[in-house]
Design a protein around this ligand. Structure first.
Ligand code: GCO
Ligand code: MG
Length: 404
C-alpha cells in the first residue's frame, strides 16, 4: 500500500478546523485533526509546503518511521505548529491501519479496559447563582463530573464565561481581532472559594467538581487557592500556573492536597516530563491533536502511568470531532484513564464530521466502526469557509498584558 494523495481541508462549521485526509493507492483513506486555535493557517502551510511532498509514495503502515521522520528529521523539533501537523498525519495513518486491520482503533491499541468513558461538562455563569443553575442543569443531563467557571464581581467578561453584550459589539469583535479582557488575581482568589462552597450546597458530594484557572496564577497564589478549595474536595484544579517553569509546581504541591491537572498546551513528552516524573500533577491534559497524534499521546500516557498520573484529554470545541474520536479510542484502552473533557459541538460541526462515537448522559464511547470512526463530509465542509479568528488576550487592571 502507498500514500497516493494528502489533502488539507480547512472548514469553519461554527469554528475553524484543519483536517488531514490521507488517501492510499488501494482506496483506503484516513482522517486526522491538525487544528491550532487562532493559528490555523500556519499548520496548513507547514503541511502543504513541508510535509506532504515528503510522504507521497510512502508505505502508510510505517507509522512510527513516519512519525520519527517528521519529528527528528525536521531538525526543528516540538512546538504547537510542528506537532499539530505531525498529529494530523499520525492520526490519519492510525485510522488507515485500523481500517486495514478491519477493527476499531481501540482494538489495535490493546482492546477495551472499560465499558464507558467518564466525561466532564462545562458549567458557567456570571453570578454564583447562575453557576449553580448551570451545574444542576448538567447534572440533570447525566454528568457526574462538571467543570464550574464563574464571573468575578466587577469584571465584564472572564475566561470560561460567555461574553456580555458589550464585549460582543466591541471594536475588536467588529474588526475580527483578539478581544481584550481585564483580570485581577486578588479579586478572583477571594471569589472562587465562595462559588464552590455554594456549589457543594446545591449539588451535594456525589458530583465531581472541577475548576480551570487558565494559567493566571503564580505558584504561591495557586497554592493558596488549592488550600482554600480543600473543604470542597475538587476533582481537580486545572492549569493554575503557566508551565514553562515546571519546577514552579513544586510550590503548589508542598501546600495543598487539591489534585492538580495540567498540560492542554503541551506538545511532547518532554514538556510533560518534570511534572510527571516529580509527581507534581495528578492528571495530564495532553490531547491527540496537539501532542503528536495517537503515537505521541500513547507514549506520554504510558510514561504517566508509572508515576500515578491519570489521563484527562483536552476536549474543547476547538479539538475537532476527529481528534475527539481518536482520544476516545485511547481513553477506552488506556490503563491509567482518568476523565475526558467534552464541551459540546454545534449541530453543523457534527454534520461536517459524521462520527461513530456517541454520548450517553455524562459518558462517551468511541463506537465499533473500523478505524477511529470519524469522517469528513468534504462537500458540506466547503460551505463553511475559513474566517480569521483569535483567542482573547488578558490584561491586568493597569493594562499590563497577562496570561490567558
Ligand atoms: C479547556 C481549555 C480551553 C482552551 C481552548 C484554547 O480546558 O477546555 O482551557 O477552553 O482555552 O481550547 O484553544
Ligand atoms: Mg483548560
Amino acid at each position: 500500500m502507498k500514500i497516493k494523495e494528502i489533502r488539507v481541508i480547512v472548514t469553519s462549521p461554527g469554528r475553524n478546523f484543519v483536517t488531514v485526509k490521507i488517501i492510499t493507492d488501494e482506496g483506503l483513506y484516513g482522517i486526522g485533526d491538525a487544528t491550532v486555535n487562532g493559528r490555523e493557517l500556519a499548520v496548513v502551510a507547514y503541511l502543504e509546503e513541508h510535509v506532504i511532498p515528503c510522504l507521497i509514495g510512502r508505505d502508510p503502515m510505517q507509522i512510527e518511521d513516519i512519525w520519527q521522520y517528521l519529528y527528528r528529521g525536521a531538525y526543528w523539533r516540538r512546538g504547537p505548529i510542528t506537532m499539530a501537523a505531525i498529529s494530523g498525519i499520525d492520526t490519519a495513518l492510525w485510522d488507515i491501519k485500523a481500517k486495514a486491520a478491519n477493527m476499531p482503533l481501540y482494538q489495535l491499541l490493546g482492546g477495551a479496559s472499560r465499558t464507558k468513558i467518564m466525561a466532564y461538562a462545562h458549567a458557567q455563569g456570571r453570578t454564583i447563582e447562575e453557576v449553580a443553575d448551570a451545574v444542576l442543569a448538567k447534572k440533570e443531563q447525566g454528568f457526574v463530573a462538571i467543570r464550574a467557571q464563574s464571573g468575578v464581581p466587577g469584571f465584564e467578561s472572564i475566561y470560561g464565561i460567555g461574553s456580555s453584550k458589550g464585549a460582543k459589539n466591541s471594536e475588536a469583535r467588529i474588526k475580527n481581532l483578539p478581544k481584550e479582557e481585564v483580570w485581577s488575581t486578588s479579586k478572583y482568589l477571594r471569589h472562587i472559594p465562595k462559588v464552590f462552597e455554594r456549589l457543594r450546597d446545591v449539588v451535594g458530594w456525589d458530583t465531581h467538581l472541577l475548576h480551570d484557572a487558565h494559567h493566571r496564577l503564580t505558584p504561591i497564589e495557586a497554592a493558596r487557592l488549592g488550600k482554600d478549595l480543600e473543604p470542597y474536595r475538587l476533582f481537580w484544579l486545572e492549569d493554575a500556573v503557566p508551565a514553562e517553569l515546571p519546577e514552579g509546581y513544586r510550590i503548589i504541591r508542598e501546600h495543598t492536597t487539591t489534585p492538580i491537572a495540567l498540560g492542554e498546551v503541551f506538545n511532547t513528552i518532554w514538556d510533560a516530563r518534570t511534572v510527571i516524573e516529580e509527581q507534581l500533577i495528578d492528571y495530564i491534559r495532553t490531547t491527540s491533536v496537539h501532542a503528536g497524534g495517537v503515537t505521541g499521546l500513547r507514549r506520554i500516557f504510558d510514561f504517566a502511568a508509572i508515576y500515578h498520573v491519570r489521563t484527562a484529554c483536552h476536549g474543547p470545541t476547538d479539538v475537532s470531532p476527529v481528534a475527539m474520536g481518536a482520544n476516545l479510542h485511547i481513553d477506552l484502552w488506556v490503563p491509567n484513564f482518568g476523565i475526558q473533557e467534552i464541551s459540546g459541538y454545534r449541530e453543523e460541526t457534527h454534520e461536517v464530521f459524521p462520527h461513530a462515537w456517541s454520548q450517553d448522559g455524562g459518558f462517551l464511547h468511541p463506537g465499533e466502526a473500523i478505524g477511529h470512526g470519524v469522517d469528513i463530509d468534504e462537500e458540506l465542509a466547503r460551505k463553511y469557509p475559513y474566517k480569521r479568528s483569535y483567542l482573547p488576550v488578558n490584561r491586568l487592571e493597569d493594562g499590563t498584558l497577562w496570561h490567558w
